[in-house]
Design a protein around this ligand. Structure first.
Ligand SMILES: [Zn+2]
Ligand SMILES: [Zn+2]
Length: 329
C-alpha cells in the first residue's frame, strides 16, 4: 500500500451516516468495555460535531486505519463548498444562475448549500497541520489540499483563489452540470430529462478547460457523471478520453484513479473504470479512495496498484507545493 490522496473529513452534521458512525464509534468501539459517565461520552460526541470533524479523537481513527492499510502518503481534501470563504462562488453557480431556469432546483440547492457550508478553510488547515507530526511518527506523510469545483469560465478566479490559500496540493473536480449537482441522490430524477450526449460533451469539455487552464495538480473522477448508471456512448467516451489524456500530458497534470463511486453509488465502478484506465496508462496516475469516513480509507488501493503493475505502470505520483513526487509500486 502506498498512497490515498483523496480523503474527506467533511460529511458533517448534515449526513445521517456520519452521525451513525460517530455513535457506533462511541458505543461499540471506544467505550464498549468501560462504564464511563454518560456525560463524558456525550461531551466527546458534541466536540466532534461542533468541530465539524476537525477533532483529534475522531481523526485518530483515520490514523489507525491508514496505519492498518500500510499507507505512506495520505491526503485530506475537503470540498470547497464546505468553506464559508467560497460560499459566494457556489451561490452564484448552483443557486442564483439556476434560479433563472429552474426555481425548484435552485431552492433545493440553496438549502443544501446552507447546510454544508458551515466551516472555514483556516479551521481545516490549522487542524490538519497540527496533526502532521503525529502521523509522521507513524511513518505517514500527511498532506492537506482542497477539492476545487471547476465551473466553465472561472479559471482566473480559481487561480487567484488557490494562490492565496497556502495549500499542499489541489484536486480539480466537476460535480455540476449547468449548475445541477448531479451526484446528489435526491436529484437523481433530473437525469431523466437530460440529453445524455450533450451532458457528457459539456462535462468532458469542462474537464478539458480545467486541465488546459493548468490551475490544479490532480484531476478527480473524470467520468463521475455516470454516478447513477446513465453512461456515455462509447463514441463520446473514446473521443474525450483520448483528448483528456493528451491534455494531461501537455500540462503535466496527474489523473486520479478514484474508487468513490464503486462503493458509494449505484454505478459501482471506479472513475475511470478498470477497463477505461487503459486510456490513461501513459499519464501520471495517483490513487484515491474518496473516502468520506475513516473506515473507507485505502479502499481498493492495493487492488489498483496490482492492476497498474500488470499494465506496466510502475509509479504513482503526488504533488506537494508544486513539487512532484513519485512512489514506486
Ligand atoms: Zn468529488
Ligand atoms: Zn471528493
Amino acid at each position: 500500500m502506498t498512497i490515498d490522496i483523496h480523503i474527506h473529513l467533511d460529511e458533517g452534521p448534515y449526513n445521517n451516516e456520519y452521525l451513525k458512525k460517530i455513535f457506533h464509534y462511541f458505543l461499540e468501539k471506544k467505550y464498549s468495555s468501560k462504564t464511563l459517565d454518560v456525560n463524558i461520552k456525550l461531551n466527546e460526541f458534541k466536540n466532534i460535531i461542533e468541530n465539524n470533524g476537525y477533532d483529534k479523537t475522531w481523526f485518530d481513527l483515520y490514523l489507525e486505519k491508514a496505519v492498518e492499510k500500510n499507507l505512506k502518503v495520505v491526503g485530506i481534501v475537503d470540498h470547497m463548498y464546505r468553506f464559508k470563504e467560497f460560499k459566494h462562488y457556489f451561490q452564484k453557480h448552483i443557486v442564483d444562475d439556476v434560479y433563472d431556469y429552474d426555481k425548484a432546483l435552485s431552492d433545493i440547492q440553496s438549502e443544501w448549500l446552507d447546510r454544508v457550508c458551515v466551516t472555514s478553510f483556516d479551521q481545516f488547515k490549522e487542524f490538519i497541520q497540527s496533526e502532521k507530526q503525529k502521523w509522521k511518527d507513524h511513518g505517514i506523510e500527511l498532506l492537506y489540499g482542497l477539492e476545487v469545483d471547476f465551473f466553465s469560465g472561472e479559471a482566473d478566479f480559481l487561480k487567484q483563489t488557490i494562490e492565496c490559500l497556502d495549500l499542499d496540493y489541489t484536486i480539480g473536480s466537476v460535480h455540476f452540470y449547468k449548475g445541477f449537482g448531479f451526484d446528489n441522490p435526491t436529484l437523481k430524477h433530473y437525469f431523466n430529462q437530460l440529453d445524455l450526449d450533450a451532458a457528457y460533451t459539456t462535462h468532458f469539455e469542462t474537464i478539458l478547460e480545467m486541465i488546459r487552464a493548468n490551475i490544479v495538480d490532480i484531476i478527480a473522477h473524470v467520468d463521475n457523471l455516470k454516478v447513477f448508471q446513465f453512461e456515455p456512448s462509447n463514441m463520446i467516451k473514446d473521443k474525450y478520453f483520448k483528448q483528456i489524456s493528451l491534455a494531461l500530458n501537455d500540462t503535466d497534470t496527474i489523473i486520479e484513479w478514484n474508487s468513490g463511486l464503486k462503493y458509494r453509488y449505484p454505478v459501482q465502478q471506479s472513475c475511470p473504470s478498470q477497463k477505461d484506465m487503459e486510456y490513461f496508462i501513459k499519464n501520471k496516475i495517483t490513487l484515491s479512495s474518496d473516502s468520506h469516513l475513516y473506515d473507507d480509507i485505502g479502499y481498493d488501493v492495493e487492488l489498483k496498484e496490482n492492476y497498474l503493475k500488470k499494465l506496466g505502470v510502475n509509479e504513482v505520483y503526488y504533488m506537494v507545493r508544486k513539487k512532484e513526487h513519485a512512489i514506486n509500486l
